[in-house]
Design a binder for this molecule. Sequence first.
Ligand SMILES: O=C(O)c1ccc[n+]([C@@H]2O[C@H](COP(=O)([O-])O)[C@@H](O)[C@H]2O)c1
Ligand SMILES: Cc1cc2nc[nH]c2cc1C
Length: 348
Amino acid sequence: MTLSATTSEPSSAPVTPDPALDDAIRAVIDGKTKPLGALGRIETLAARLARLQGTTAPRMERCTLTIFAADHGIAAEGVSAFPQEVTVQMALNFLAGGAAANVFARTLGVQLRVVDAGMAEPVDHPALVQRRMGPGTANSAVAPAMSPETLAEALASGRALGADGDADACAFGEMGIANTSAATLVIHKLSGLPIATLTGRGTGLDDAGLSAKRAVLERAAARTGALPPEAALAEYGGFEIAMMAGAMIGAAQARRAVIVDGFIATAAAMAAQAIAPGCEAAFVFAHRSDEAGHAAALEHLGARPLLDLNLRLGEGTGALLAWPLLRAAAAMMTDMASFESAGVAGKT
Ligand SMILES: O=C(O)c1ccc[n+]([C@@H]2O[C@H](COP(=O)([O-])O)[C@@H](O)[C@H]2O)c1
Ligand SMILES: Cc1cc2nc[nH]c2cc1C
């Protein structure tokens, strides 16, 4: 199916309700050698993964990280503490294996790939996945970031990337100077949360920079009224945010767990959920970022992240750190002994 830029996807719930399976999952978890509920949120996580895979013995053996890199026209408004060329420079750092995401991925046995979704300059590297939508978006403070046709193409490319491979879980990361501005505007239009609540320091703006950024984003938001999800993404998104939203839909529909990283990834998740309702059944929110608006965005989604480590890096670093928790949750269900199998007496 090709994605239309103007019409919403039909409902695409990857998980159909199955009360019998839910009862069986609960019984397996409660039968393990532990007091009832003693593994807390690992139990809830395990139940969600089991439901996603349609089994009482879920497997979480392989995780991949896809980092989408792109540039943003709104960077010209001075909304970031760093210059735009850092996007390409960090993409080269990922390709050389030197970034935090590389180090965490290697430590945790996660395979990493980097996608050029539309950086300002083309990068010629054999390992770079080429999906360039253009040399960065237009400046969304004054014009739509991208056309509806480009958005449709970015969503479709992302969807194919999310669906390919045989991973049990997909972590998605991003790199893009000024993308906290794009994410703020997308979340604002999708949720109605105020720009003032959502605007944060990104890569490290000082107080003056933060209030100037807020003013730019208020002006950009006032350019349009209420928007449907695809239009919000086309008007204010980035190529990496749109591609990530598509990838989240593709991975969810392939019944892979989608590990959602920080503030920008949450903007993509919010858009994915609005475009393809039901795909949120696959979403596991990894962490609460230190970016100011993340807590409000998570609360709006009713999402309770697994970790709170004061991260604000992006790249998928928080998603990577949550991956061992998914592994442990699935292993608990699949490998842990039951009272019956271990001959342990139950509660008196
Ligand atoms: O993931 C997050 O929560 C997060 C919070 C703040 C900054 N970032 C990263 O910082 C960059 C965007 O920050 P900025 O200030 O340029 O908008 C981009 O490359 C993101 O990966 C990421
Ligand atoms: C150095 C640097 C690394 C990053 N990784 C993700 N976003 C980033 C932004 C900067 C500025």
